[in-house]
Design a protein around this ligand. Structure first.
Ligand code: NAP
Length: 269
């Protein structure tokens, strides 16, 4: 199966390594190319990949929105999130999907974090925050507060998701008391400010998930000091990749998915 990744930059992406390892575990050979796409060149990159027989592709920053606009069909998740992180090339059309939300649902389940009836607080309002809000609402959160540096983006996120999930109370603004915290900003990531977005948040959460992976960040340290169960974004990263594979190939089923995830989390994330 021929696959790849579109983004800019792509040099430090985990995806080529992750999918190469997954393909070996599944004994299903792949070719996976990471393509650094120049601004404005995404349509040609897609056309060229299709002409070369790619089955599908991952999409990363900064093309998740542009890629959605180029799809003939979007899955319901991709439509609600307004962004795609995976494309499937069918004979006559491109189908766009988003597995970030599902990946977080899987990661929360793995960590034994139950979302149903809980109050959640999401830091950030970009693509990852939208996926986090989707996962929380899907899991039956009672409320989701979105707190972001740019207040208008947080308000838009809350409005958009409220329309899709009327049972969850979405709001935007300063951090409020919550059971679950999610960091969906890049704060604490390598090369970004070594700060926690939750500095001014009141109370203590029972659980905290940092979408940043591979590092112990100030957000994780703060949440741990408050007594929360803390996890980084490694499990979500692996699960969103497994879900992407299933979108290109066929469902793995819960048991096999979980076994593969444990191997990949240990080895790669
Ligand atoms: P994005 O669309 O660029 O959004 C970034 C968000 O963080 C925005 O809301 C932005 O606020 C906020 N932000 C950025 N710098 C900030 C700062 N210095 N102080 C306060 N807020 C700041 O990025 P994204 O795609 O949502 O990704 C966010 C993070 O999640 C990244 O670290 C990414 O690697 C991670 N992620 C992880 C996974 C996983 O599987 N683990 C999946 C997806 C993403 P403004 O609106 O004010 O700019």
């Amino acid at each position: 199966m021929k696959l790849g990744l579109f983004g800019r930059p792509v040099a430090h992406s985990f995806s080529p390594r992750l999918f190469a390892r997954l393909a070996r575990l599944l004994e299903s050979p792949i070719e996976y190319a990471a393509v650094d796409v120049a601004p404005g060149a995404l349509p040609e990159a897609l056309a060229s990949a299709r002409a070369r027989g790619w089955r599908g592709a991952n999409v990363t920053i900064p093309y998740k929105l542009d890629a959605a606009a180029l799809c003939a069909r979007l899955t319901p998740q991709a439509r609600v999130l307004g962004a795609v992180n995976v494309l499937r090339f069918e004979k006559s059309r491109v189908v766009g999907h988003n597995t970030d939300g599902e990946g977080l649902v899987d990661a929360l389940k793995r960590a034994g974090v139950s979302v149903r009836g809980k109050r959640a607080l999401v830091f950030g309002a970009g693509g990852a925050a939208r996926a986090a809000a989707w996962a929380l609402a899907k899991g039956g959160a009672r409320s989701v507060r979105v707190s972001n540096r740019t207040a208008s983006t947080a308000r838009k996120l809350a409005r958009d998701l409220a329309a899709a999930f009327p049972r969850t109370a979405f709001s935007a603004g300063r951090p409020n008391q919550a059971d679950i915290w999610i960091n969906a900003t890049p704060l604490g990531q390598k090369g970004r400010p070594d700060l926690s977005p939750a500095d001014a948040a009141p109370g203590a959460p029972a659980a905290a998930v940092d979408l940043v992976y591979g590092r112990r960040t100030p957000f994780q340290r703060q949440a741990a000091a408050l007594g929360a169960r803390v996890q980084d974004g490694g499990a979500m990263l692996v699960y969103q990749a497994l879900r992407a594979w299933e979108f290109w190939d066929k469902p793995l089923g819960p048991a096999r998915r979980a076994r593969l995830a444990e191997t990949l989390i240990k080895e790669i994330a």
